[in-house]
Design a protein around this ligand. Structure first.
Ligand SMILES: NC(=O)c1ccc[n+]([C@@H]2O[C@H](COP(=O)([O-])OP(=O)(O)OC[C@H]3O[C@@H](n4cnc5c(N)ncnc54)[C@H](O)[C@@H]3O)[C@@H](O)[C@H]2O)c1
Length: 362
């Protein structure tokens, strides 16, 4: 007989944020109760929470609290059937000016969550959003310029992207705090048998992203372009990233939960892969075409930790989780531009994260 479906709530830390709100929406649409645990630390995310509660009513249970609040977190975790952990200090820039706070939120908050789960003594799945920054700047990858984009000289790497076997090389305080949290999450699977999974994510984009200069560059570029404002490129703009639409990202997390028995204890690189790789200049050119206007580019110096090239090899995550082919970046960006057109009208200005500083990292 098949096991009864789990009716306990899903806990989404950072559930008012971009990825968290999209995931919460999917579960609530299926009738699941979703606890949204969020300190509303990122300006603008309260609009995502309002959107969720408007759509789903009592199926969304907001807990407005900090991930560093151990007591509140431990209480909340007791009810959960599965946990998705997105709450984080998300900007490399902020981590450079406030490394201790970055560590306390990203590493300390994750440890709080792991300990709250361990205290339960049950196998409650935990899915954690890590980052490609755990692989560092990839200084040994020889690059060549192809038009407006850096590409690896190595044909195999160009074709496949960066795999999970790449050595870890934490860089910047954000890279260190997320990387250390990533290691703890994997080790709690090994040492304590917690069913955990780590997703080392490339750039995710899509609706509900409050993109600004510090984080969320695809949305940020589109917002600036829609407002007719110049875009500042730090470095030469030929940096290449693989971008993934948030619907595909959410599908991967949901698939990981559905297959937790098979994938617990593993880390995956989650991104759009080589077929969804684009340089910053390439994305701006596409945005210009979509919006039918010339976009003014300004430039600034290279920023710490900025990879000239990062494209994930998504073959392992696709195979392990049985994922569909992701939405093509051109289509996804056009869709996001459509969503942002309306959003930009209701949001008068791009709100920066607290303590913004000029050398942001994408
Ligand atoms: N979006 C991307 O491209 C990307 C790429 C790699 C990794 N990630 C990781 O994915 C996760 C989600 O990213 P996102 O783009 O949705 O970011 P986001 O900023 O939209 O969401 C993060 C949420 O966490 C909340 N938060 C911040 N500090 C908190 C605290 N101390 N206590 C409780 N809540 C707090 C914020 O209010 C926000 O709602 C993050 O962990 C991020 O590091 C994102």
């Amino acid at each position: 007989m098949a096991p009864a479906p789990d009716s306990r709530p899903i806990l989404v830390t950072g559930g008012a944020g971009f990825v968290g709100a999209n995931l919460a929406d999917r579960f609530a649409a299926e009738g699941r109760t979703v606890i949204v645990y969020d300190a509303l630390a990122r300006p603008g995310v309260e609009r995502n929470l309002a959107w969720l509660t408007e759509r789903h009513g009592e199926r969304i249970v907001p807990v407005i609290a900090d991930i560093r609040d151990r007591d509140e977190l431990t209480r909340t975790v007791r009810e959960a059937g599965a946990v998705f952990h997105f709450a984080a200090q998300v900007a490399v820039t902020t981590s450079l000016t406030a490394p201790r706070e970055d560590m306390e939120v990203n590493l300390g908050g994750t440890l709080n969550l792991l300990e709250a789960l361990r205290a339960r003594g049950e196998a409650v799945p935990l899915l954690f959003a890590s980052t490609n920054k755990v692989y560092g700047g990839l200084p040994d990858v020889a690059l060549t310029l192809a038009g407006d984009a850096y590409l690896p000289e190595d044909a195999r790497l160009r074709e496949r992207g960066i795999g999970e076997d790449r050595p870890l090389d934490f860089h910047t305080p954000y890279g260190c705090s997320k990387g250390a949290a990533d290691a703890y999450v994997l080790d709690y699977a090994r040492t304590y048998g917690l069913p955990t999974v780590v997703m080392r994510m490339s750039c995710i984009y899509g609706p509900r992203q409050m993109g600004n200069e510090d984080q969320g560059w695809v949305a940020h570029f589109l917002i600036r372009a829609l407002r007719g404002e110049p875009i500042t490129l730090y470095g030469d703009g030929r940096q290449v990233r693989d971008i993934l639409h948030v619907d595909d990202c959410v599908a991967a997390y949901r698939a990981a939960l559905a297959r937790i028995d098979r994938v617990a204890g593993r880390a995956f690189n989650l991104g759009g892969g080589p077929s969804n790789a684009v340089s910053l200049r390439g994305l701006i050119a596409h945005a210009g075409q979509l919006l039918g206007r010339e976009i003014v580019i300004e430039t600034g110096p290279w920023r710490p930790g900025d990879q000239r090239y990062y494209v994930s090899d998504p073959s392992r995550v696709i195979e392990a989780l049985g994922l569909e082919r992701p939405l093509s970046w051109r289509e996804g960006v056009a869709q996001l531009a459509g969503w942002l057109r309306e959003w930009v009208e209701v949001a008068p200005s791009t709100e920066p994260l607290p303590r913004r500083q000029p050398e942001a990292v994408l």
